[in-house]
Design a protein around this ligand. Structure first.
Ligand code: HEM
Length: 449
């Protein structure tokens, strides 16, 4: 049999497949319990999205192999094939030798000195933001965190601020793009994407808007290729080691879109979940507030003092575990792979869920409990064994080294000034309509400290 005609063998089908829909119903209505339950059926389990077979890795060992050892034998998968045409070929969507080259060019933007600068700017912006909050009024924390994360990424990486029209366009476009991205992955045929129905028209308009705003930002940056370069000027002046060629402005735009999409909703969602958890754990919240105020009474934590926010970091780690933003990630076999007796030929679509793995009772006892104490002694044997909120291997999050200090300074700004409580007793729900798991439900009430 020719390689491309080969079919995966040694893989059980997940139960509950419906004739036409496959496993679409549990995957869209209760995704995290469903993805967690697949571990009961084996280390590699087949599910169907309509008729498309997708192979799910359910153990940390296999996921690690996929991302690290087998990185050069994998591509990003069918979801990204579609995204590339729409969002361009930035780090988030690109693969292979091109990705490695671009990654080398983008990486200098995340050197320590630059991150220190971005973090100091983020800390100032966060304190300014929280000083505008109104005591006792319902606070849409998710929205506030999205706006803040957007401004911070734009300012840090592109050294510019946005006009109100641009802000509005980004705020509308990013969620529509990330939601549409997931929805389109679940369409049974690409033909549906071309139907002029409202969801498709909204999606197309959002992609256009995002590209327009980023074009404007790149065009603004073009004349300022000075020595104190921003990410954009770094990219515009970078030279390919082998060819000596500069990056086309079009490619710079694609990288900017990637960073904007990958770097806002993830951080914003993590922070929103942190504050929802702290609202439900007032004792812990007070403890963190005390830690912050001992370091910086006004909540503007200097870079050098960040290591002192140990307890806050533990709470963030636990948030990234229990509320891991990325609920599914994908790859495709670019060469035959063999996992735990399952033979996956080239072309096999592979899926794994960092969020589901982080809720495995094998790795984290009592996994649904929010317990920052798990992270008290990261060196000892009780410390968690698998923690991949930022992925692993060659596609590991390029922004992680910024995301941590960014989230710490935002948390500090809030905790130093406000005590947060839930507006009602209704529990928060998890929504997975977007690429990240979003909190839905009651707003918070902020009272001055
Ligand atoms: C809590 C915050 C964040 C989380 C949980 C997160 C998570 C992730 C994950 C899981 C990946 C790997 C995807 C894969 O393997 O397919 C990734 C990649 C990426 N992230 Fe993040 N991220 C965060 C913040 C950021 C920030 C702040 C930026 C930039 C400012 C950023 C930019 C990117 C980019 C460009 C990629 C693609 C990297 C590549 O393929 O080389 N992320 N992120």
């Amino acid at each position: 049999m020719a390689e491309d005609d080969a079919v995966p063998t040694g893989v059980p089908d997940a139960p509950g497949r419906l004739p036409l829909l496959g496993h679409l119903v549990p995957l869209t209505t209760r995704p995290l319990p469903f993805l967690r339950s697949l571990a009961d059926h084996g280390p590699v389990v087949r599910i169907h999205l309509w008729r498309r077979p997708v192979h799910v890795l359910t153990t940390p060992e296999l996921v690690h192999r996929l991302l690290v050892q087998d990185a050069s034998n994998t591509e990003k998968g069918f979801v990204f094939d579609k995204a590339r045409g729409l969002l361009g070929n930035g780090l988030f969507t690109s693969e292979g030798a091109f990705h490695l080259r671009q990654r080398r060019l983008v990486q200098p933007a995340f050197h320590r000195d630059r991150i220190r600068r971005y973090t100091e700017a983020a800390a100032r912006r966060a304190v300014a933001e929280v000083s505008r909050w109104e005591p006792g009024r319902p606070l849409p924390i998710d929205r506030r965190m999205h706006e803040l994360a957007r401004d911070i990424v734009v300012e840090a990486l592109f050294a510019t601020s946005l006009s109100p029209v641009q802000k509005d366009r980004i705020d509308r476009a990013v969620p529509v793009v990330l939601t549409g991205f997931v929805r389109r992955a679940l369409y049974p045929t690409a033909r549906l994407e071309r139907l002029p129905v409202p969801a498709n028209l909204r999606f197309d308009a959002a992609v256009r808007d995002l590209r327009t705003v980023v074009d404007e930002i790149v065009t603004d940056a073009l004349p300022h290729r000075g020595p104190d370069s921003t990410l954009l000027t770094l990219l515009l002046t970078a030279r390919d080691e082998d060819t000596g060629h500069a990056m086309e402005p079009e490619q710079v735009r694609d990288e900017a879109v990637s960073l904007l999409l990958a770097g806002t909703e993830t951080t914003a969602t993590t922070l929103a979940w942190l504050f929802h958890e702290l609202a439900r754990h007032p004792g812990l919240q007070d403890e963190l507030a005390e830690e912050v105020r001992a370091v910086a009474a006004d909540g503007t934590v200097p870079w050098s003092e960040l290591p002192r926010l140990e307890r806050t970091r533990q709470a963030l780690s636990e948030t990234l575990r229990l509320h891991t933003p990325n609920w599914i990630l994908m790859r495709r076999a670019a060469a035959p792979l063999e996992y735990a007796g399952a033979h996956l030929p080239r072309g096999t679509e592979i899926l794994f869920s960092p969020a589901a793995l982080h809720r495995s009772p094998r790795l984290y006892p009592d996994p649904l409990r929010f317990d920052p104490d798990r992270w008290r002694h990261p060196g000892d044997h009780t410390a968690p064994k698998l923690f991949i909120p930022f992925g692993a291997g060659r596609h590991k999050c390029v922004g992680e080294s910024f995301a941590w200090p960014e989230m710490l300074v935002i948390a500090a700004a809030v905790l130093a000034h406000w005590r947060l409580g839930p507006a009602t007793a209704t529990p928060v729900r998890e929504a997975t309509t977007s690429a990240t798991v979003q909190p839905r439900g009651p707003q918070l009430i902020a009272v001055p400290r």
